[in-house]
Design a protein around this ligand. Sequence first.
Ligand code: NAD
Ligand code: IPM
Ligand code: MN
Length: 356
Amino acid sequence: MKIAVLPGDGIGTEIVAEAIKVLDALGLPFEMESALVGGAAYEAHGHPLPESTLKLAKESDAILFGAVGDWKYDKLDRPLRPEQAILGLRKHLGLFANFRPAICYEQLVGASSLKPELIAGLDILIIRELTGDIYFGQPRGRRTAVDGHFPGAEEAFDTMRYSRPEIERIAHVAFQAARKRSKRVTSVDKANVLETFQFWKDVMTEVGQQYPDVELQHMYVDNAAMQLVKAPKAFDVIVTGNMFGDILSDEASMLTGSIGMLPSASLNAKNQGLYEPSHGSAPDIAGKGVANPLATILSAAMMLRFSLNQEAAAQRIEAAVQSVLAQGLRTPDIYSAGTTKVGTAQMGDAVVTALG
Ligand code: NAD
Ligand code: IPM
Ligand code: MN
């Protein structure tokens, strides 16, 4: 079981250290190798995703990733910015299926900004297509406009696109996931305006015919954003494109109490996976020892389940997380009166202790 450990920038190093503590405590024969990625790799090697880091990732059974990015790199040419590292890993490893489960643990019902009754018992799964859409479409760039509202003006453009096989494969992932849950899929699109998403909707409907036991509903993304905070428990599996999935998953994270609680798994066709919290490098709190490590620890549990065939160990970690929450331990992002405020490392230590 070879794991590539890529902590990255900002809180990435702090939260990954806690996940490693937890993995170490399981006593399983992992072979872990760390490498630089993002801004840290740019500083050391002049590139956010050095060949050696990519090679390590490709050769591993799974990748545990922290986060990349810092405001100080925002002026770099785009290919050198830290975010290109995670985009490059997704692209080069073909990690097209991103699972972002939004589960509200009962102990955190009070931590969400929504009313408790709206989120108690919440368990939804966002499946985000991760290697297509406007994120990767070409051409893109800046130029002088030849038409539009201001011919002759400077303009920028990106290309939104999806091919049939890209939509089909993520549709199959969603329908198969739904079969193991409540057999309901909501496909989120913008078919009323965008050709790309009319095509998305048509292909979803076609693939859905192969899954007569699964109920398929279509919803426009603006309505979905509203319904997610109006009645989130009405959803079960949500499948959507890369950009809408990015936005809706951050929104859904607050249903769980904090973005520091939302893990993710990004899988390719070989079930090789990259596991990372859904949040970023949080430069505003980096180095303060206050970041919530639970999204990363829960991502490590997903890694054990999906890529390393260690279901029992995954469940041990998830039970340990629930146990520390039941003990009332809270990082500041999920703190509320009557609970005990702890830092990143104390939270990781408590999970290790709770593993038993
Ligand atoms: P962010 O997710 O880093 O932070 C948003 C807010 O949530 C901040 O207030 C932060 O303090 C808080 N937060 C995030 N994670 C937390 C945690 N574990 N515990 C407690 N609070 C937490 O998003 P941003 O501020 O928009 O982006 C910061 C940088 O991260 C940017 O460079 C961005 O491109 C990058 N980013 C990287 C990834 C990734 O590596 N996959 C994901 C998202 C953003
Ligand atoms: C995420 C992040 C990334 C994305 C960025 C950092 C490229 O926001 O993983 O959600 O937009 O996919
Ligand atoms: Mn995001």
